[in-house]
Ligand binder design. Structure first.
Ligand code: SF4
Ligand code: SF4
Length: 176
């Protein structure tokens, strides 16, 4: 027998959720009429349980708790925006949800780790000896940054992070 995977009535119902999303730049959430075009053109929709159209519906219904605790992925490619026949911008809605999540729960661990790595070495991935070897096998230079410029790159990145308050927002240390 067919069973719904989610309850229609949710105890986490939040009447002000849509207003919150709009305040964070998420656009007119109620303008979505659930045609599904965004999901059909979304490059990640086949890989995720909660498609963009479903996320928007949950937002319309005020299911804040469910939306914020649901794994959803968005590449911010804006494809849904290009195809949406309504006046809503699904990408900006997803970005607004990210803002709300960071405000309420802090930045995700992987964002903190990546940011610290960029502040420390001017690039996101740690270049381990294994990666160096792989790069060389592929005919690439072992180092992904020209070491002569790394110090300058790191100084510039730290200056930008400090000036914008990014380091404090994310909770990373900028070192010397
Ligand atoms: S394409 Fe636009 S109107 Fe259609 S479901 Fe997606 S957001 Fe809603
Ligand atoms: S912006 Fe996000 S939700 Fe929209 S199509 Fe791209 S990946 Fe999908």
């Amino acid at each position: 027998m067919f069973q719904y995977s989610h309850k229609v009535i949710d105890n986490g119902f939040d009447r002000g959720f849509v207003d919150e999303i709009i305040a964070f730049g998420g656009g007119n959430v109620h303008a979505c009429f659930q045609c599904g075009t965004c999901t059909s053109v979304c490059p990640v929709s086949l890989k995720v349980e909660n498609k963009v159209r479903n996320i928007i519906k949950m937002c319309q219904m005020g299911l804040k708790e469910r939306v914020l605790s649901t794994p959803w992925v968005c590449a911010t490619c804006y494809r849904c925006y290009e195809y949406c026949p309504s006046v809503i911008d699904p990408t900006e809605l997803i970005v607004a949800l990210r803002h709300i999540m960071v405000r309420d729960f802090g930045p995700p661990k992987f964002v903190v780790a990546f940011s610290q790595s960029i502040a420390d070495q001017g690039q996101m991935p740690l270049i381990t000896s294994r990666i160096k070897r792989l790069r060389e096998e592929l005919g690439l230079h072992g180092e992904s940054i020209d070491e002569r410029f790394r110090g300058k790159v790191v100084r510039e990145i730290r200056t930008i992070m400090e000036a914008t308050g990014f380091d404090k927002l994310i909770g990373i240390k900028l070192g010397e």
